[in-house]
Structure formats: structure tokens, C-alpha cells
Design a protein around this ligand. Structure first.
Ligand code: FO1
Length: 335
């Protein structure tokens, strides 16, 4: 029984995992999910990446969106708006709210997030073991120009000076501001005081293969690695570590990876992301055919590299990517 451990964020990671399950139906797959996107709203604890992973693998996801439930309604959201209760920019659906009610109630009763996630997965049966990266509270914030946060032009110093900056929750940066304003810094608040959730370090130590799917290298995989002990567990594991580039032709396939990479001074291309992870962490890296010219550069950095199709256009394409990643892991192991 091959033990595969995957560090995953939301939409990209979830779609890749569907392909991995198809490519390795016999494998025991453990997913370490990012919780830095978590947000507390209306008294509820919302875990976007854990829920996207759970709904996608459990068959409840809104397919086009990649987040939230299929067949969703928004009666509660409309009623909240009627009361003038904000924020109204975060689309909470009625079915999704039930997940947050169960989670919030169990947390209030003293269950750790890992136990709550296990309980929610008992219903959804994702076919993988889904672990939060930590049971402790970590919430990613993004440093932007203050003026940009207020929709610009709101007087003050215009936000072009150092002083004119402030941090907003990642969800506000992504959902309200659509990542349309420059990100000057990414701060996983609480990460330095967090511990790996139960089972995380053990799964990494026992892994035969560790995969970094095409999730956001900064706010998803980077946040997971920011939990003290997790990076060390990955580098200390005997397992080959293989990643798949989330960037094709210098741009993210979805989301705002280019914006948050710029915030940490990393260029938005496949080779730069591989170098950013580094050869201590990464043994192998898959880039898209459009980025085949990056292969020698990545190999020079000490990371084995192959160019293969990386667009997750459907189940078969994604399974093929997963097979390529597993094949590269075996090549690394044999080297
Ligand atoms: N993303 C949006 O672009 N707009 C939304 O209104 C929105 C609501 C939402 C509600 C629950 C949830 O679990 C996710 C939601 N997302 C929404 C997606 C979320 O911002 C992202 O999936 C992750 O945080 C980044 O991968």
C-alpha cells in the first residue's frame, strides 16, 4: 500500500487530488490542508480550503466555482443583507452554512479542528485522510496600501508612503478586492505559535511520496510550510518530494499566485517557483510544455525537472499529471 502525502490548498489542490485518486486507486492518500484562508464571520468559523477539498472529493462541490456547494441557495445571505449586517462581499450559501454551524458548535464544545474535520468527512467520505495543517488558529493577512483598501482616493496620504499601509484578511484581499491591488507582504498570523495537527508529522515521516499539487505556493503550500515542524518533516522525510507548477507560461491558471509571489519577491514563472521552494525541499518539479525552456535551469538548481501537460481540463488529464508526478518520484528514488 503506497502512502502518498499531499500538501494542498483549495481549488487547484482539490482538482489534482481527484486525478491522483484515479491514478493511484490503491494508494493511502493523506492530505495536509491549508487553514490560513480560514475566516470568522457571523460567529462562524469558515475553512475554505478544507471545505473545497472535502466537497470536491466528496461530490458536493459547485464545479465551475471550485468552492461552495452545488445547488446552493443564499436566503440567509439575503436576510443578513436586509438587516444591513456585513460583510456582504463573502458569498455564504445556506447549505455551506450548515457545515460552518457543525464546525463552530464542535469547536465550542472543545473538539480540535482535526476532530471536527474528521467528523465532517464522515459524511462526505472524500476517499483521502484530510488533516488540517494545524489545530491552532492561523489566518493569512495581506499588506496593501491603506488607500487601496478603502477603494482608493479616500484622501489621507494616498497610501503611497510607508505609513499608508495596512493588513487585510486574505479573504478580503481576494474576494472583496479581487487581488486587484498590489500586495506588499503576506503574513500568516499565528503561524509562528502553531503546531502541526495530530498525525501530520507522522504521515510525512511515513510517506513513500510527498506531492506539492498546483496550489498557491505562497498562501497555500507556503502557509502549510510556515507551521513550525512541517517544513522540517518534509525535508527530513525519506520520501521523494515532487511538485507541479501552478504557473503556465508565466501566469497562474487560476487565482492570484502572481500577485502574492510578487509580494515576496518571486517572479511568476515555473522556474522561479521551483527555486523558491529550493532543492532542500523539492526533489522533482513538473512544468508545462510551454515552459520546457525552464527544464535545464531547474535541473541546474538541483531539482529533477520534466515538461508534461499540466492543464487540468478533466479527469483524464489530471490523472495523467498525477501519474507523471508519481513516475518522477520513482525516478528520484532510483537516482
Ligand atoms: N470566493 C469568491 O471569489 N467569492 C466568494 O464570495 C467566496 C465565498 C466563499 C465562501 C465559502 C468558502 O469556503 C469559499 C468561498 N470563496 C469565495 C472561495 C475562497 O475565497 C477561496 O476558495 C480560498 O480561500 C482561496 O483558495
Amino acid at each position: 500500500m503506497q502512502r502518498i502525502v499531499v500538501l494542498a490548498g483549495g481549488i487547484g489542490g482539490a482538482r489534482f487530488l481527484r486525478g491522483l485518486k484515479a491514478a493511484a486507486p490503491e494508494a493511502e492518500i493523506t492530505v495536509i490542508g491549508n487553514t490560513g484562508d480560514d475566516i470568522h464571520l457571523f460567529g462562524l468559523k469558515i475553512c475554505p480550503d478544507l471545505d473545497t477539498l472535502m466537497y470536491t472529493l466528496g461530490g458536493g462541490i459547485h464545479e465551475e466555482q471550485g468552492w461552495g456547494r452545488a445547488g446552493e441557495t443564499f436566503a440567509v445571505k439575503e436576510e443578513l443583507a436586509a438587516y444591513g449586517m456585513g460583510p456582504q462581499w463573502f458569498g455564504l450559501g445556506d447549505r455551506d452554512i450548515a457545515t460552518h454551524l457543525v464546525r463552530t458548535r464542535m469547536l465550542a464544545a472543545g473538539y480540535p479542528l482535526s476532530a471536527v474535520t474528521e467528523a465532517l468527512c464522515a459524511r462526505w467520505r472524500p476517499g483521502v485522510r484530510l488533516l488540517p495543517m494545524t489545530d491552532d488558529r492561523v489566518e493569512t493577512h495581506v499588506v496593501i496600501d491603506a488607500a487601496a483598501a478603502d477603494g482608493g482616493g479616500s484622501g489621507g496620504d494616498g497610501g503611497d508612503g510607508e505609513g499608508g499601509r495596512r493588513a487585510v484578511h486574505f479573504q478580503e484581499y481576494w474576494v472583496r478586492l479581487r487581488a486587484r491591488v498590489p500586495a506588499h507582504g503576506i503574513v500568516p498570523v499565528g503561524a509562528e505559535a502553531a503546531s502541526p495537527a495530530p498525525g501530520v508529522s507522522e504521515a510525512l515521516a511515513a510517506a513513500d511520496v510527498i506531492l506539492f499539487p498546483p496550489s498557491n505556493p505562497v498562501v497555500s503550500i507556503g502557509t502549510i510550510l510556515a507551521v513550525p515542524g512541517i517544513r522540517e518533516a518534509v525535508t527530513g522525510s525519506a520520501a521523494p518530494v515532487v511538485g507541479l507548477s501552478p504557473l503556465i507560461g508565466g501566469a497562474p491558471v487560476r487565482g492570484m499566485a502572481d500577485k502574492v509571489l510578487a509580494a515576496i519577491g518571486v517572479a511568476a514563472d515555473a522556474a522561479s517557483v521551483a527555486r523558491h521552494y529550493g532543492p532542500e525541499l523539492l526533489d522533482g518539479w513538473l512544468v508545462a510544455p510551454q515552459d520546457a525552456d525552464a527544464v535545464p535551469e531547474v535541473e541546474k538548481a538541483g531539482i529533477r525537472c520534466r515538461a508534461v501537460p499540466l492543464l487540468m481540463t478533466g479527469q483524464e488529464a489530471t490523472a495523467a499529471m498525477a501519474r507523471e508526478a508519481l513516475a518522477l518520484a520513482e525516478e528520484v528514488r532510483a537516482a
